[in-house]
Write a protein that binds this ligand. Structure first.
Ligand SMILES: [Fe+2]
Length: 317
């Protein structure tokens, strides 16, 4: 497909989207655009696959107000006795304060150590706030610019990064109707998008929940993760709970769940400074040992912290 065809298709998709948003019926959309029903249905399916909040369902085109959530568990086969994970969060890519240097360093280290699974608990991008001053904190203010920046700059990896959306990513959903992390992950084989806000995955028999969270500053850094764990019925609790959002690190084990509050990989922004929000830069390395039946024998956390100094261990991309 050449550039002109791509531009025409984008124009048609935009027209379908805005008509559907106004409540125009599927048949009327076909008539107004002089397209066959299968052509409109195909374009809607394409938009949906690209992360837009539009669906073709029962002969109608629906524009959703929130991303579709499911309670599926994403399963990854694993049968070795040792598993090393890297837990990261709140990378806020496209912020002028993002720390791509730390990401490169971490993925280099993961490759060197044979780590194949990275977990990311949301705020992949800095998004686009309704707060007008945020634009001065962004390297890329547009949706397309942020998508391309992430595709180009996020370190490539021989394993997989499992990621959910956070509230900053969700801002794009509210303004453009698109799940930006889904759109990015579709163009990167090493990123696996698990959905908005919360997701469950299993690596072998290890049950993991990723949760982002919302709202302002935390009462205490342990408070949010403790309260969230309390909301999960005992028989549904994961072995590892990873949360993001408050940009502070914290670990505790409660009952049989190892809880990791994962901080951020972004420098302190002027906004966060003015609000007095804390801003740890760190990640968790987690070693899990299984017994010979695949049950969890031990979980050992290790916190790695970062400062203002840019890291020079940078591989070429
Ligand atoms: Fe964040």
């Amino acid at each position: 497909m050449d550039n002109e065809e791509r531009a025409n298709r984008k124009q048609l998709c935009d027209k379908i989207y805005f008509m559907a948003k106004k409540g125009t019926s599927f048949l009327d959309i076909c008539k107004k655009l002089e397209l066959q029903d299968y052509e409109v249905a195909g374009l809607v399916t394409l938009m949906s696959q690209q992360g837009y909040n539009i669906q073709f369902n029962n002969g109608e085109v629906l524009v959703l107000r929130a991303p579709l959530r499911n309670q599926d568990i994403y399963e990854v086969p694993y049968n070795l006795e040792h598993l090393r994970l890297l837990l990261i969060s709140d990378t806020h890519l496209c912020s002028k304060y993002d720390r791509i240097d730390i990401l490169r360093y971490l993925y280099d280290k993961a490759e060197r150590d044979g780590v194949k699974h990275v977990l990311h608990s949301g705020d992949f991008t800095d998004g686009r706030s309704t707060r007008p001053e945020q634009v001065y904190e962004l390297k890329e203010p547009s949706y397309e610019g942020q998508v391309q920046y992430c595709i180009d700059k996020y370190p490539t990896f021989s394993g997989k990064t499992y990621v959910i959306q956070g509230n900053h990513d969700d801002w794009w959903y509210k303004s453009t109707g698109s799940e930006i992390v889904k759109t990015i992950a579709q163009q990167r084989d090493d990123l696996c998008y698990l959905g908005p806000d919360v997701a469950d995955l299993k690596i072998g028999k290890l049950k993991i929940r990723l949760f982002h969270g919302s709202g302002g500053g935390a009462y205490a850094k342990s408070y949010r993760i403790q309260k969230y764990l309390d909301t999960i019925p005992m028989d549904e609790r994961p072995d590892i709970l990873q949360t993001g959002h408050i940009h502070q690190s914290f670990y505790m084990k409660q009952d049989n769940t190892h809880c990791f509050q994962t901080s951020c990989l972004e420098d302190l922004t002027p906004y966060c400074r003015s609000k007095g929000f804390p801003n740890d830069r760190s990640c968790w390395w987690v070693d899990v040992e299984f017994d010979n039946k695949g049950h969890i024998h031990s979980v050992i956390p290790e916190l790695e912290t970062f400062g203002d100094k840019k890291l020079s261990l940078i591989r070429k991309k």
